[in-house]
Structures are given as C-alpha cells and as structure tokens.
Design a protein around this ligand. Structure first.
Ligand SMILES: Cc1cc2nc3c(=O)[nH]c(=O)nc-3n(C[C@H](O)[C@H](O)[C@H](O)COP(=O)(O)OP(=O)(O)OC[C@H]3O[C@@H](n4cnc5c(N)ncnc54)[C@H](O)[C@@H]3O)c2cc1C
Length: 276
C-alpha cells in the first residue's frame, strides 16, 4: 500500500539489546521473570493510533476525506450504491467499503442480503483498564521502588489469576501504553447490559482494587495512572461472508476480535491490502 516508510517514521521498535523481544513475561505478584517471546528481526513494532492516522492522511489526495458523517442506511440498485447519512445527506458510489467498526451500521445490510439475521457483538467477560504513562514518570517510580528500568523500555506482560497487564512504549518511547485486563469467569455466557456504555472513566482506586494482591512493577505501574478508562471487551461471531452485491465489510465491521494478539487493526489493514 506504499505506507511502509510513513509507518516506520512514527512506529516504535524494541530498543537494543532487546530488539528481538516481542514481550517479556513476568509474574504479576512480584514481576519475577518467566521468559520472553522473541520475534527475530522484528521484536515489537507499535504505533500510537493518532500518529498512524496522520501518516495515512498524508497519502490521501486532497478533498477525498469528509468527517462528521454517520451512515444510517444503504440501498443498492443496479450498478449503484446509495448511502444515507444521519445529517440528511446522501452519497452514490460504484462500490462501498464498510469499515465502520464493531458496532457497524452497514453489517446488517450485508447480512440481510445473504438472508441472515443481524449479528450483535458478544461480551467476553473481560474488561480492560487503560492509560498512557509518561515514560520519565514511570522510570522515576521504578527507580524509587528499586525496579529494573529496562521494564520501561521493553514490552512487558504481567500475569496473574484471571488478569494480565501489558505495557509497551509508543511515541519514540516517550509514552508507555498500559492495558490491564481483568476477567470475571462466574458466568459461562457473560452479558453486558444493552444500555451500558462499553467505555467509561474509572477511578484509580477501582483499578487498584481490581488488581489487589498484585505487587512489584505491576502495582507501581498502575499507581502512575490517576484516571484510567475501562473498556468492556466484545467480539463478533464469525460471519459466513463479508460481501453483498457492491458492498463489502472490512476490519472490525467484518471480524471484530478480542485484543489479546494485538492484531485487530493489523487484520483490517490486511483486508485493505487484499482488496487493493
Ligand atoms: C483494549 C484494546 C486494545 C487493542 N489493541 C490492539 C493492538 O495492540 N493492535 C491491533 O492491531 N489492534 C488492537 N485492538 C483492536 C483495534 O482497535 C481494532 O481492531 C481496530 O480499531 C479496528 O479498526 P476499524 O477501522 O475496523 O474500526 P474502528 O477503529 O472502530 O473505526 C471505525 C470508524 O468508523 C466510524 N463509524 C462508526 N460507525 C459509523 C457510521 N455509521 N458511519 C460513519 N462512520 C462510522 C467510527 O467513528 C470510527 O472512526 C485493540 C482493541 C482494544 C479494545
């Protein structure tokens, strides 16, 4: 897609001498080392979403993108697709690529065209507390606790019962992205209330309580996040197909997955690559 150079300019890589490390694995209780997963020649390659979108935009011809539009309905007639927007406007096109995420409004059109019922996302029983930590701040906190500072620079995965916390640097190592997962396994088929938001603000107290009993680096890390958000993680059952006539679904609209392999966005890019 010709995005390689633009990506490399904004992406982070695991720093030397850990350049092949994808993640180090540690106990959540005391950060003791369990092992590392290596990806020789690649290590961990990560990017801040906003930086990547900025890089994508530089490749778009002027005047193509329009923002603040919400598609509500799609109609197909002959060789033409008509998209209706919430602001009362419409657009006509030869082909429509629906990349409108896990709550896709276009998905039901494709499924209906295949004679199938609409699919609603499934709650996984896992929630994720998220925060971004200034790496200098984290370095100071680790120093104060006598924790090895390379845990700031190298992607880490802290493991505990029904929970794990991952960290990796973005923005040239200036920010550490933190995602702290906690699973409630009391229900075989967990449900999320239809009227409850999937993302909300949480207090640091709530997050620390969710990880009570965790210690060492994991605890020090969470103490550096004063105002986390918490995300209810959903996925989508596999769809039998992504195409109806001149409309195709890509990305999370087609195959939303849980984030545990860190590859949902990458799969969306693969869709775009194969379509192109
Ligand atoms: C906690 C967490 C961590 C993750 N970590 C990673 C990771 O490390 N690596 C990775 O590759 N993936 C990760 N993912 C997954 C990744 O975020 C998604 O797979 C990816 O964002 C999907 O991209 P998308 O463009 O298909 O959908 P989205 O990013 O959801 O974008 C959809 C867009 O469509 C717009 N939209 C929605 N409805 C309409 C409408 N009706 N009309 C017009 N526009 C509309 C939205 O505003 C949005 O801009 C993670 C997800 C979560 C929840």
């Amino acid at each position: 897609m010709g995005l390689g150079e633009a990506y490399l300019q904004v992406a982070d890589r695991t720093s030397e001498p850990w350049e092949d490390v994808w993640f180090e694995w540690r106990r959540g209780s005391d950060a003791s080392y369990l092992g590392a997963t290596n990806a020789p020649g690649v290590g961990q390659s990560s990017v801040h979403r906003a930086d990547f979108i900025d890089a994508l935009v530089t490749h778009l011809p002027e005047g193509i993108a329009q923002f603040g539009k919400r598609a509500t309905q799609v109609k197909q007639q002959g060789d033409e697709v008509q998209v209706l927007f919430a602001d009362g406007t419409e657009c006509r096109c030869d082909l429509l690529i629906g990349a409108d995420g896990i709550k896709s409004a276009l998905r039901s059109h494709v499924l209906e065209g295949q004679g199938l019922a609409p699919q609603v996302p499934r709650f996984s029983g896992t929630c994720a507390y998220r925060g971004m930590v200034d790496s200098l701040h984290l370095r100071e906190a680790y120093r104060a606790h006598g924790i090895d500072e390379h845990l700031v620079d190298v992607p880490q995965m802290y493991l505990g019962l029904d929970g794990h916390i991952l960290t990796f640097p973005v923005r040239n190592g200036g920010i550490i992205n933190v995602v702290a997962f906690i699973s409630d396994r009391s229900e075989p088929k967990p449900t999320w209330p239809a009227d409850a938001p999937w993302v909300r603000e949480a207090s640091q107290r709530e997050m620390l309580d969710a990880f009570a009993g965790w210690g060492g680096a994991a605890r020090a890390l969470l103490e550096c996040i004063p105002a986390p958000t918490v995300w209810a993680l959903h996925d989508l059952a596999e769809l039998p197909g992504y195409v109806h006539g001149r409309v195709v679904l890509i990305g999370d609209a087609a195959h939303a997955m849980l984030p545990h392999q860190g590859t949902g966005a990458a799969q969306g890019l693969e869709d775009a690559y194969f379509l192109a």
